[in-house]
Design a protein around this ligand. Structure first.
Ligand SMILES: C[S@@+](CC[C@H](N)C(=O)[O-])C[C@H]1O[C@@H](n2cnc3c(N)ncnc32)[C@H](O)[C@@H]1O
Length: 253
């Protein structure tokens, strides 16, 4: 209480400054020029059961699958449901290629791609969950696969150790929580002319028995890639439940 009288003049000065409107010219000359922040590409909206309530290009982003779901990735019927042989044919990998299996999970595709690129090639199995990387290592060992390298990535950066010829996301992109940043980083890590491939359950097809947020339409994938330095190449439609959508890194102008 005894301090109050001494503080009063300071208080009146501050209060007065905030109440007196300055002339526009004065205000402009005293306000530091702060550049406007670029608009965030995300919006918030209704949070559904399987989603984050975070939207990108109008699509609600799904929760990522935790390592408890790993047995589903290795289910026996997956070979007939997803036809990995047709996926491998579409990828047309060459010996010596460097590949990023982004969100590799247990490595269902990693070892297949590792065989295709041969001993001179490498498959980087990128995961945000250490438990998945442990399962990846455990699954490569009995197969004698030595050219799959596990990489602990971040939500917004795969942290690839070197540029790759091909990056693939099988059933992953719809659950990337920072898709704009993550894909920008992926594009930086693609060699010139390198390919980025998405394999997603077809969102256009109500017969595909997968939760809505874990499917994507071809139109939505293409729309979201307009934010990246990528050119659309083709869509492979021969898979039973998914589409395989191929983009290529755009040549620098
Ligand atoms: C449905 S699983 C698919 C796994 C594997 N691609 C397959 O087809 O068997 C999705 C995986 O993506 C991973 N994931 C999600 N977001 C990721 C990100 N930003 N970077 C790396 N992995 C991610 C999850 O941890 C999960 O293991």
């Amino acid at each position: 209480m005894s301090n109050l009288p001494r503080l009063r003049p300071v208080f009146y000065l501050l209060a007065g400054l905030s109440l007196v409107a300055l002339p526009a010219t004065h205000a402009a000359s005293t306000t530091p020029a702060v550049p406007a922040a670029p608009p965030l590409p995300y919006t918030t909206g209704v949070k559904t059961r399987d989603g984050l309530g975070k939207y990108y290009f109008g699509r609600e982003i799904a929760h990522y699958m935790t390592h408890q779901g790993a047995p589903w990735l290795e289910r026996a019927e997956r070979d007939t449901e997803e036809r990995p042989d047709l996926v491998m044919k579409a990828l047309a990998l060459k010996p010596g290629d460097l590949v990023a299996d982004l969100g590799c999970g247990t490595g269902y595709f990693s070892w297949r791609m590792a065989q295709a690129v041969g001993p001179k090639g490498v498959v980087y199995g990128v995961e945000i969950q250490q438990e998945m990387l442990d399962l990846l290592a455990a699954n490569m060992k009995p197969r004698g696969v030595a050219n799959v390298v596990g990489v602990r990535g971040a939500l917004d950066d795969p942290k690839l150790p070197q540029p790759v010829d091909l990056a693939i996301m099988v059933d992953v992109y719809h659950e990337c929580s920072e898709p704009a940043e993550f894909l920008a980083a992926v594009c930086r890590h693609l060699k010139p002319g390198g390919r980025l491939v998405f394999v997603e359950y077809r969102g256009e097809d109500p017969e595909v028995p997968i939760k809505a947020l874990h499917k994507m339409t071809e139109a939505q994938v293409k729309k979201e890639m307009t934010a990246q330095p990528l050119d659309y190449i083709e869509t492979v439609r021969s898979l039973p439940r998914q589409h395989l959508i191929i983009f290529k890194k755009r040549a620098a102008p």
